[in-house]
Design a protein around this ligand. Structure first.
Ligand SMILES: [Ca+2]
Ligand SMILES: [Ca+2]
Length: 141
C-alpha cells in the first residue's frame, strides 16, 4: 500500500531486547597425523564451548579435510562425528571422535576442521564461527 509518508514507519522500543541464543564455537582441536591414506582412520580430540548467555540443546560436531583453514564448498567430510549433549551458558565439552578419510579423497595436504553444530540444529547468535582448523596439515597419500 502507498503511504503518504514512507519515512515514519519505524519506532524504536523504549527498552532493549535481550538476545537469547546460544553460540557454539570450537576452542581446541588436535592436529591430524602427518600422513594418512584414503580409507584410513584417525582420532580427533576437541573442545566445544557455548559462549552464549543461554543453554544450547544437544548437537553434533563433524569433521572435514580442507586445503585451507576455512570451511568451504570443496572440503571433504570425514566419516564419524561427535554428539554433544545440551550445554548451559559458558560450558565446554571435550571429547574424542574416530574419523574416517573417505575412499577417493584426492591426494594432497589438508587441514583438519572441527565444526560445531554441523547439522545446523541449534539456532545461534553467530553461525559463521563454528569451525576451527588444526595448526598442522595431514598429507593424504
Ligand atoms: Ca556459533
Ligand atoms: Ca547452528
Amino acid at each position: 500500500m502507498t503511504e503518504r509518508d514512507e519515512s515514519n514507519n519505524c519506532k524504536a522500543s523504549a527498552t532493549t531486547v535481550q538476545l537469547t541464543l546460544p553460540d557454539l564455537i570450537v576452542t581446541a582441536v588436535t592436529n591430524p597425523p602427518a600422513t594418512a591414506v584414503a580409507g584410513g582412520i584417525f582420532k580427533v580430540t576437541d573442545t566445544v564451548k557455548n559462549q552464549g548467555a543461554v543453554a544450547a540443546p544437544s548437537s553434533m560436531l563433524r569433521y572435514y579435510l580442507s586445503t585451507d583453514q576455512q570451511r568451504g564448498g570443496g572440503d571433504v567430510l570425514l566419516g564419524g562425528g561427535r554428539s554433544v549433549s545440551s550445554m548451559s551458558a559458558g560450558k565446554t565439552s571435550s571429547g574424542n571422535a574416530n574419523v574416517t578419510i573417505p575412499a577417493g579423497t584426492p591426494p594432497g595436504s589438508y587441514y583438519l576442521l572441527s565444526c560445531a553444530d554441523d547439522l545446523s540444529v541449534v539456532p545461534e547468535l553467530n553461525e559463521t564461527n563454528n569451525c576451527l582448523a588444526s595448526a598442522s596439515t595431514v598429507v593424504v597419500q
